[in-house]
Design a protein around this ligand. Structure first.
Ligand SMILES: Nc1nc2c(ncn2[C@@H]2O[C@@H]3COP(=O)(O)O[C@H]4[C@@H](O)[C@H](n5cnc6c(=O)[nH]c(N)nc65)O[C@@H]4COP(=O)(O)O[C@H]3[C@H]2O)c(=O)[nH]1
Length: 784
């Protein structure tokens, strides 16, 4: 029983053992399986560990490598088996060693950590890396290792930098565009562009050079900005084929495309300049041609502190910038050319081309401004209206060029008479104006007017000749003489006319009386224009007698105007007006034609010896085709040339111009007589007469009317007659009114006479009766 009990017990034990064995076997099998799986997983882990894109390594507390994956070994540029037991610090860039030591200290103190460091490859090149580290502990929890994942940042940094550069380039472009739009001129534009490139683009140096034609084909630096501007300034650059043109700039201009030097220190193009550039930390550069409309205008050069900065993207962006700059430069030049043209047009529009003074338009603007200012400040201002005296005569004497020279000289003198702030302008012809700003009253204007008159006292030197000129000045003041531009000008003009009428070479202030005269003159002018078409003009004839015989030897044609509105208008009033307005030309021609017709008819009626004297105004005489016109009228009316006498005043003919003498000679050749009217009133001397082909002088009536005066008029007449006779000229006296005058003239052997004593100017129909009388009565005494 005990045995059986033992047996059973053993059997149970065996069974239990069997179960344990089986269990162990199963566990063993599992363990084996697990071991196999573990080995598999370890292998795959190792594989993963080795082939991971990230470098992994673990370090002991002395920073020695315990293990590392293949990626880490590859990144550091050595076989993996050479690392274990060696310090990692030999693969850390000196600049990052402190940072790495600090990072490891932190990890071995039990903290995880990250750091950005520069690692050294075995070949001494470096790369930027990111460390992500965690502590590895032993069973007791002590940190025994540092596990680190090392990420190579080169690629990412490159991308980041490229992005940064692109964004910088865009910023540069935007800033440059702004500069292009707001620039004032080429120089400032270039300077600004260089500044932007350096400051915003974070480049070391930027410069612009302009391509020049001509000898040496130079590239002239016009702007440079950056740390080493002297480097560019010292360069001798050209775009020709010679040595100075072999640098990147010269090549960029010639090739018309960007030229990049990625590494100046290695680039033979830089030749001897390599060292200079390196010394200044200039490592790479790009030269960009400034191309516009098929031309290369210049070059934009940019230097960087790093090598290899100017990759394809950068190059493209900078070339865009260069193109914009070239376009802007061209636009600027076009604008400048337009601006210059505009300025010229404006100058022409506002300044007198001859004298450089403001012209009428500018004067009107300034006067408007001056008036507005005077009104605002409650001040007075003065306007001086100037007209040169007898400028026409001077112009005829000196020729147009001489006249122009005189106007220029006058302009300069006038400018010298006033303050800088006053305006001197030329209205046209010989008319000038002066605006005197800020004057109080007449007393402040008067000295200026005197100064202007005085300034004419010295002769002007024109073409080596001393020429005297004078001016008449009319003055109007604001506000007393006019509150607006038109009134002020009109009144200054009226005052100037008064100055002329009152003897010239003087100044006159405007007075309301002048205005009335001007109005009356304007009215007269209007009526005279109409009189012409309305047949209100006619001719009267005044006999001229031979003083010895009393025979009527001629008649003087005198124009008459009878206006239905104004009544009979004195020729002394309307002839000057007709001269001034030019109406004298058709009027004078009409008179000559009419008189020739009339007197011609008397010739045909039997009075064939009758001479016809016709007044010729200066303006008529100076017409270039005057002779032709006279010829035409004589031919048309079939009038005998030898019976015509043209009466001209001294001033008309006395300007010793070639033309005047030629015209007079031409007339003389035709047999036409020439009489010098109003003799004695002008400024010519008798001696002067020698050079003129005239036949007779007509002593002005003012001399006879003054015969009794104690101032010796009689002696003057006597001298005039004697002198004229000695020159072989006939003498006619006009305005003979009384017996005493006749006696006087007879005694001095005056040749001919004309005057109320015998007859007033008569209508044509009244003259034949007088002609029939053959001889007109002489005063009793004179007959003996
Ligand atoms: N006090 C006085 N006067 C006398 C006497 N005898 C003649 N007269 C005036 O003296 C002027 C003579 O003409 P003038 O000296 O050529 O001076 C002329 C002449 O310069 C100009 N004139 C007249 N007709 C014409 C013309 O057809 N053409 C031009 N260009 N001028 C003319 O007008 C001026 C004035 O002409 P009128 O008024 O007709 O004045 C005439 C005549 O009426 C006299 O005894 N006493």
């Amino acid at each position: 029983m005990q045995y059986r009990h033992q047996e059973a017990h053993q059997q149970a034990l065996r069974h239990e053992l069997e179960l344990h064995r089986e269990e162990l076997q199963a566990q063993n099998d599992n363990l084996l399986l697990f071991q196999q799986e573990l080995a598999l997983s370890q292998r795959s882990y190792q594989e993963l560990f080795d082939s991971a894109p990230i470098g992994y390594f673990s370090l002991d507390p002395q920073a020695c490598v315990v293990e590392l994956n293949l990626t880490a070994a590859r990144l550091l540029g050595r076989p993996r088996d050479l690392f274990p037991g060696r310090s990692l610090l030999s693969h850390v860039h000196p600049l990052s060693r402190t940072a790495v030591t600090e990072h490891l200290r932190q990890v071995f103190s039990g903290l995880e950590g990250a750091a950005q460091v520069r690692m050294l490859r075995h070949d001494e090149t470096s790369f930027e890396a990111h460390f992500q580290s965690s502590p590895e502990r032993d069973g007791a929890g002590r940190v025994v290792r540092c596990r680190t994942a090392m990420l190579d940042l080169s690629e990412r940094l490159l991308q980041e930098r490229a992005l940064e550069r692109t964004s910088r380039a865009y910023q540069v472009q935007a800033a440059c565009n702004h500069a292009l739009l707001h620039t004032g001129g080429e120089e400032s534009l270039f300077a600004e562009i260089c500044r932007i490139i350096v400051e915003k683009g974070e480049f070391a140096l930027a410069w612009v050079g302009l391509v020049e034609e001509g000898a040496g084909q130079p590239i002239r630096p016009v702007a440079v900005h950056g740390e080493h501007a002297d480097f560019v300034r010292g360069l001798n650059l050209s775009w020709g084929e010679r040595r100075s043109g072999q640098g990147p700039s010269g090549r960029a201009v010639r090739l018309r495309q960007p030229v990049v030097c990625g590494h100046i220190a290695d680039d033979p193009v830089f030749g001897s300049l390599r060292r200079e550039a390196a010394r200044r930390g200039l490592c790479s550069c790009i030269s960009l041609p400034l191309l516009a409309e098929g031309r290369c205008l210049g070059v934009l050069g940019i230097y960087a502190r790093e090598v290899g900065v100017f990759d394809a993207d950068e190059e493209q962006l900078l070339m865009e910038l260069a193109n914009q700059l070239a376009f802007g430069l061209l636009a600027l030049r076009t604008r400048a050319a337009h601006g210059a043209a505009l300025e010229q047009v404006q100058k022409l529009a506002y300044f007198d081309a001859l004298t450089g003074l403001p012209n009428r338009s500018m004067f009107l603007e300034r006067l408007e401004q001056a008036l507005a200012l005077a009104r605002r400040e409650d001040r007075s201002m003065g306007l001086l209206f100037l007209d040169l005296d007898r400028f026409k005569d001077i112009n005829d004497t000196l020729g147009h060029e001489g006249g122009d020279e005189l106007l220029k000289a006058v302009a300069a003198r006038l400018r010298g008479c006033v303050r800088q702030s006053d305006t001197v302008a030329r209205l046209g012809g010989d008319e000038f104006v002066i605006i005197l700003h800020s004057v109080h009253d007449q007393s402040q204007v008067e000295p200026v007017a005197k100064k202007v008159l005085d300034s004419f006292s010295q002769p002007f030197l024109i073409n080596g000749r001393e020429v005297y000129s004078s001016t008449s000045i009319g003055i109007a003041l604001h506000p007393s003489d006019g509150a607006d531009v038109d009134t002020l000008i009109r009144h200054a003009d009226a005052a100037m006319y008064t100055a002329k009428a009152e003897g010239r070479q003087i100044y006159r202030f405007f007075s309301p009386e002048m205005n009335r005269r001007i109005q009356a003159k304007l009215l007269l002018e209007q009526h005279l224009r109409l009189a012409w078409t309305r047949g209100e003009i006619s001719l009267h004839y005044q006999p001229q007698l031979d003083l010895k015989t009393g025979a009527v030897v001629g008649v003087e044609a005198l124009v008459r105007w009878h206006s239905p509105v104004l009544g009979a208008v004195d020729p002394e009033r309307f002839i000057p007006l007709a001269e001034e307005t030019g109406m004298i030309l058709p009027l004078g021609e009409w008179v000559l034609r009419q008189a020739c017709r009339q007197v011609g008819s008397w010739h045909r009626a039997g009075y064939s010896g009758l001479r016809l004297a016709v007044n010729i105004a200066a303006r008529q005489f100076r017409q270039p085709d005057f002779i032709d016109r006279v010829d035409a009228i004589l031919a048309e009316t079939e009038f005998d040339h030898t019976r015509l006498v043209l009466e001209m005043t001294e001033s008309t003919v006395m300007e010793e111009t070639e033309e005047a003498i030629m015209t007079l000679t031409d007339l003389k050749v035709r047999g036409i007589g020439l009489s010098l009217d109003d003799f004695g009133t002008g400024y010519s001397s008798l001696n002067h007469l020698r050079s003129f082909p005239i036949d007779q002088i007509k002593i002005d009536r003012s001399f006879l009317s003054d015969l009794q005066s104690p101032f010796g008029q009689a002696a003057i007449i006597e001298a005039m007659i004697a002198m004229a006779h000695s020159l072989g000229l006939r003498v006619i006296a006009e305005g003979v009114e009384d017996k005493a005058q006749v006696d006087f003239l007879m005694a001095r052997h005056c040749d001919e006479v004309q005057g109320f004593f015998w007859a007033h100017p008569l209508k044509a129909e009244d003259l034949p009766a007088l002609l029939r009388a053959d001889y007109l009565p002489f005063p009793e005494t004179a007959l003996h």
